[in-house]
Design a protein around this ligand. Structure first.
Ligand code: PLP
Length: 365
């Protein structure tokens, strides 16, 4: 990327800049290309649209990006590399899709799995020294625990150990795992990068040229190709990523404090709150705390369901990272043991903070 800030790169990084061409990258709806030429088929060689998206997202993290049909497609390509007998370390309860891949490989006897509390840095340091794959997800969905990336990613490790960070909640703007020593960063671009709840996409970014070629080969074999429309929409959404994240993050910080002081809220989890168990670690390397927070209402699951039904501005919906705020009682969607039954995950969008507060305060009663 030229000597620009990430904010400028997001706006200007994907422009054809050829005389007579549109300012914006157009969606190329093509599977097949006229020969002879460098591009044969879109599953193997991508399209001008997917390539422009890869350049944009790779430049943002000073690496090479590969885009995928979903965040899960990107994640599963990493797990596909593992041979039989591999040892992998994952957070105690990662995103439930990733938990499913891990559990499947374990049940088939393919891998040995260590499940580690996200905040247990010593256990992660042991894992980095001994495992084939160390998979971190930070901030973690939905408890927002932040892993000590500088120590974990910076620890000495065998050259065969791959350290991967799912950075979806932080976005490429709030943390830079590759700078800290991670091998690969994963994002569900469905969330903040796309930002408008209108697409499903994923990305892997690495600075290792051999690895990028290997992962691209796997993507080709397994067919996890992004569609033209999704690639186009992801570029379009990403251009305002910095604006959206800056605003949503500021609002999330304000709402976290107000919810924390609310008599009908028992507990708020947001890495930006001084009371959050990993606030100190997050402050040491993140340049923002993200726009997702969780809170528990007094009254448990039934009361939390009522709050989700009562909101009028916030959307009662499962995904996150859009311009519109969304919330859900997380345990109603995924049955993970550590998620308190009454925990509501709130993804803060770009609405006015006072309008959001009025809505939440009224719904809480
Ligand atoms: N990683 C995290 C942290 C997520 O929250 C999600 C989806 O919610 C994914 C990965 C999977 O992404 P996708 O839904 O784009 O496949």
């Amino acid at each position: 990327m030229p000597d620009w800030t990430p904010e400028t790169w997001l706006v200007a990084g994907a422009r054809p800049r050829r005389p007579g061409e549109p300012l914006n990258v157009a969606p190329t709806f093509a599977s097949n290309f006229t020969l002879p030429g460098d591009r044969l088929y879109s599953r193997s060689h991508g399209t001008p649209t997917s390539e422009a998206l890869e350049e944009l997202l790779g430049g943002l993290e000073d690496g090479r990006a590969l885009v995928f049909a979903s965040g899960m497609a990107a994640a599963s390509i990493v797990f596909q590399r593992l041979g039989v007998g591999a040892t992998i370390a994952v957070p105690a309860e990662p995103y439930h899709g990733v938990a499913g891949i891990v559990a499947e490989g374990e049940a088939q006897g393919r891998w040995r799995v260590l499940r580690i509390d996200q905040a247990d840095t010593d256990a992660w340091l042991d894992a980095v020294a001994t495992c084939d794959l160390v998979w971190l997800e930070t901030p973690e969905n939905p408890l927002l625990t932040v892993a000590d990336l500088p120590r974990i990613c910076g620890a000495p490790r065998p050259s065969s150990t791959l350290v991967v960070v799912d950075s979806t909640f932080a976005t490429p703007l709030a943390q830079r795992p590759l700078d800290l020593g991670a091998d690969v960063v994963v994002h569900s671009a469905t969330k903040f990068i796309g930002g408008h709840s209108d697409l499903v996409a994923g990305v892997l970014v690495t600075r290792d040229d051999d690895l990028v070629e290997e992962l691209a080969e796997r993507r080709l074999l397994h067919g996890a190709t992004i569609g033209a429309m999704e690639a186009f929409l992801t570029i379009r959404g990403a251009r305002t990523l910095a604006l959206r994240v800056r605003r949503a993050q500021a609002t999330a910080g304000e709402l976290a404090e107000r919810l924390d002081a609310h008599p009908r809220v028992d507990r708020v989890r947001y890495p930006g709150l001084a009371s959050h168990p990993t606030h100190r670690i997050a402050s040491s390397f993140m340049s923002g705390f993200g726009a997702v927070l969780s809170f528990e209402t007094a009254g448990g699951a039934a009361r939390a369901d009522e709050v989700c039904r009562r909101v009028e501005l916030v959307n009662h919906a499962t995904s996150l990272g859009g311009v519109e705020s969304t919330m859900e009682r997380r345990a109603a969607i995924v049955g993970q043991e550590r998620i308190p039954a009454g925990l509501i995950r709130l993804s803060v969008g770009c609405e006015d903070v006072e309008d959001l507060w009025s809505d939440l305060d009224a719904a809480l009663g």
